[in-house]
Structure formats: C-alpha cells, structure tokens
Unconditional design. Structure first.
Length: 482
C-alpha cells in the first residue's frame, strides 16, 4: 500500500536538505508495518555484506599505493530508523525505576516503544531480562567489566568552573579534569572535590563496559582472485548481552538500514599522530550531519546522503518523569528542559519525526542538538609496522567499540556506556605475532610478514578494522589516535 502524505516526514527531510526525497519519496511501503515489526521479519541469522560498490578487485593483503601511516579511514556507515529495538533502551534508568532507588515502576514510561512494547518490557524484567540483555554500568555492575587505569576504577563526570571560566562546564574522566585520587569517592557527593582543570564537581559515575559480545576473529568473503576482501569484513556475535538481540543486522546490509560509504579524514593530533577527537564538550561525533560553526544542524552530510535524516536530540531525555529534567544544561550552559519536554510531547526517542518537531518548536537550542544518531560505522585502514616507532593506538568511545588488527580482536569496549578508553600497543602485538596464529583469519598471508620466531617483521603491512555503534542519544564520544 502506498503511504499517504506525511507532513512531519516531509518537514524532517526538508530540514535535512532532502527535499527531492521528501516530495518524491512518500515511500512505497506498508504504513501498517512498524520498525519493530520490520526487525522481527528479518532473519536473525543474517550476516555478511552485499555491496555493489566494493568490487572483488579491491581485495588483497599487501595494499598498493597506500600510506605507510594511517591518515584516513575508509568507512561504511549504516543508519537505522528511530524505533530500532537494540537502540535507545535507557536500561539503567529502567532498572532504577523498578528498585528502591526511585520506588516506582513503569507507570510513567508511557511513550511509544517503551511501556507499550512487549519486547522492551521483557528485556527489562529483573533479573531474567537483565541476565540476558543487561549492560555494565554503575547501576548494574554485575553485567559488565570495570574500566581501570593503573588498577584504579575510572570515573567519568561533569564539572564546572573549568579553565578559569566560572560558567564553563566540561565532561570527561575525573583523573583528567577534576581529581587524581578517587578512592574516597564511594561516600556521598559532598566529599568530592576538583582541583585540576575544573574546580567544581557536578556529578560523576564509575565507568563500566560490556565485554565478550563479539567473537575474537573476523571473517572475510573471498574475491574472484581468491583473496580475502578486507573491505567487507564480517563481525560475529558471541553472546546475548547489552540489548544486542539483533546484532547480526548492525554491520550488515539489510532492509532496516541505509548504507553510505566514504572516507573519514584524520587530523594531526600531535607531531607523530593522526586521529579525531569528538566528545560532549565539542558537540560529539555525528558523521551523517553537516553543522554550522555554532554547532547548529544545517543538513545531512552530502558525502553520506543515503540516510534517514536527523531523528534525535543530543540530550539525556529518558521517556518517563525524569527527576532531573528541569535542571539539565548543555555544554554551553543552556537549560534543555523545554526541549526534552517538547521531544517527549511529540513522541520521544523512538519516534523519528519527534526530534525535528521539538527542534523547530524551540529556539536555536533545538537546532544545536538536532542530530542523526542511531548508526553503526566500520572503518578500515592498512598500515606499515615500524619497529622503532613505538606506536600505541588509542581509542575512547561512548558506544560499542571493537578494534581488530589482522582480523583478530585487539580491543573490546562493547556495550552502551559512559565514555571508556583503551590502548593497542603495536610492539606488544608484534612480539606475539598477533594475527598469525593457527586458525586466524589472515594466517595464510603471514608468510613473509613474520620472522622465524613468529613476530612481525619491521616494515610488514597490517590491517586495522574498527567497529563502532552509536546506540544512544545522550552524546557521541569518539577519540581515535594512530
């Protein structure tokens, strides 16, 4: 059945700079089919990628004409429509809503996709639902892994009076912005203080992530020449955890996502390193969007036009009577209470047009937070190992992040979580012959790349794959350093 004219959808696409799609694309689809139903109709066993743009001729092990150092990533973005059941689950808040912390149930979770959705409710049952789909967090640490720095629990939070500016707030790791010794922070907030870049404490939580969600090796389809196609890797789910029921769809082409391909340019971070640095303080990582110098949404990114357009707001706006909603401020000190209220009034995080409607009904604060979140990204780059360079790759993400070197897992920061970081020491990987052990996916190419002790040779080529999932609307942190 052909869908009728949807004025909200046209408005969203017009704002996204997609007027042609808005007018002509009142899609040939069954209006009775919801996003959640579409997901259920997909085979859970679906895997692999079918890209007509990545021909088999690109497959190979030793890259031709590639930079010896990583200066950009070849990326594949897959955009998901609001309402996708593995995204925007607010499970820590849902857990607290059922416990003495708030002393209530789901009575006020009366927004589409939550209190009215059987699957979401089943995942949120304590303990059975959380035992399967729980994420590691300060609220539910038993389902995750604590992030440690020098054997000490890492905290992340928001702080004020930063860099000598009384009105400036920042978010980041406590040991970077606020205080070095957090051993005594287990007691009340009143004992917490800041004496580094920021002088005032607002809030902080322990950082956890959810490890073991993916298998430790990728698989690669073969090209016509028989070589593995490194541009189309398959990442494989290892277990149910942290709302990953439909994981097989996240990084594979299917009817539920829209695929775009391109490159992610890297900036010079210091004299020897390239990378990117996006976080709450500078607006976050939203590669599908084009924004102004004032961080206001302008249009979809013309390099990645195959997408759903802006469907979310970069504020914490859980779909219930959140007790702190009236006092929340963004990174520029503006109160976001009215924006959150308007978003919920128009349907909330799982209704695609609600964010645009809320942004247009408020002042410029709405456009500053209007973004397209709810996407996954696969990034690929070859690099040459230089024994004496002492390279250590560094990563921080607010969403699921998995790093593979030569098809074998090197860093696991799975789950939806506060920003969490990790490092990959190339010298350590080289000494253990990472990726060149029996059964590794690229083992057949190791001849000539390792010495007689099985260690990487100086000057040998290797392959980086980064998998990232942005599954929540409250900001998007991504830091990559190569």
């Amino acid at each position: 059945m052909k869908r009728g004219i949807d004025l909200n959808r046209i408005l969203r696409l017009c704002i996204a700079g997609l007027w042609t799609l808005a007018v002509l694309g009142c899609e040939n689809s069954d209006s009775s089919t919801t996003v959640l139903e579409d997901v259920e109709n997909q085979s859970e066993g679906q895997s692999g990628n079918q890209s007509e743009n990545n021909s088999d001729s690109k497959a190979g092990i030793d890259p031709a004409n590639a930079s010896e150092d990583i200066k950009e990533l070849e990326i594949v973005l897959r955009d998901f429509e609001a309402g996708y059941p593995d995204f925007d689950n607010f499970q820590s808040a849902a857990y607290q809503s059922q416990t003495a912390a708030r002393g209530s149930t789901f009575d006020t979770w009366n927004f589409p996709g939550y209190g009215d959705n059987e699957e979401w409710l089943a995942r949120r049952v304590i303990p059975d639902g959380y035992a399967i789909y729980g994420c590691g967090s300060q609220t539910t640490p038993e389902y995750g892994t604590p992030l440690l720095e020098n054997s000490t629990q890492v905290w992340y939070g928001e702080f004020a009076n930063c860099d000598g500016e009384p009105t400036k707030a920042m978010r980041g790791f406590v040991h970077d912005l606020c205080f070095d010794a957090t051993e005594g922070w287990e007691t009340a907030d009143s004992v917490r203080q800041c004496n580094k870049r920021c002088k005032s404490y607002l809030w902080a939580e322990k950082v956890y992530f959810t490890s073991g969600m993916v298998k430790p090796a990728l698989s690669f389809p073969k090209g016509e020449d028989g070589k593995p196609n490194l541009h189309e890797p398959n990442i494989v789910k290892a277990r149910d955890a942290c709302d990953n029921k439909y994981f097989e769809q996240w990084f594979a082409d299917n009817e539920l996502n829209k695929r775009s391909e391109g490159t992610l340019p890297l900036d010079s971070l210091d004299k020897t390193s390239m990378g990117i640095s996006y976080d709450w303080n500078n607006g976050g990582f939203y590669p599908l969007d084009s924004v102004s110098d004032k961080s206001e949404f302008v249009s979809v990114n013309p390099d990645f036009q195959n997408q759903f357009g802006p469907q979310s707001l970069t504020i914490y706006c859980p779909p219930y009577n959140y007790e702190y909603a009236s006092t929340q401020e963004d990174n520029m000190g503006m109160n976001t209470a009215s924006l959150c209220a308007s978003w919920l009034l128009n349907g909330g995080p799982r209704v695609g047009d609600a964010a645009v409607s809320a942004a247009m009904s408020t002042n410029y604060v709405g456009l500053r937070h209007l973004r397209n979140s709810g996407f996954t990204m696969m990034g690929y780059a070859p690099f040459k190992y230089k024994k004496d360079a002492g390279k250590v790759f560094e990563f921080t993400s607010q969403g699921d992040l998995w790093v593979f070197i030569d098809g074998v897992l090197a860093l696991d920061l799975g789950g939806t979580h506060l920003p969490a970081g990790g490092k990959v020491d190339l010298k350590s990987l080289a000494s253990e012959g990472h990726g060149c052990h029996a059964g590794d996916p690229l083992e057949a190419s190791c001849e000539g790349r390792v010495d007689d002790k099985g260690a990487w040779k100086d000057g040998s080529w290797h392959h980086l794959h980064v998998f990232y999932a942005d599954r929540s609307t409250d900001g998007s942190t991504l830091y990559l350093k190569f």
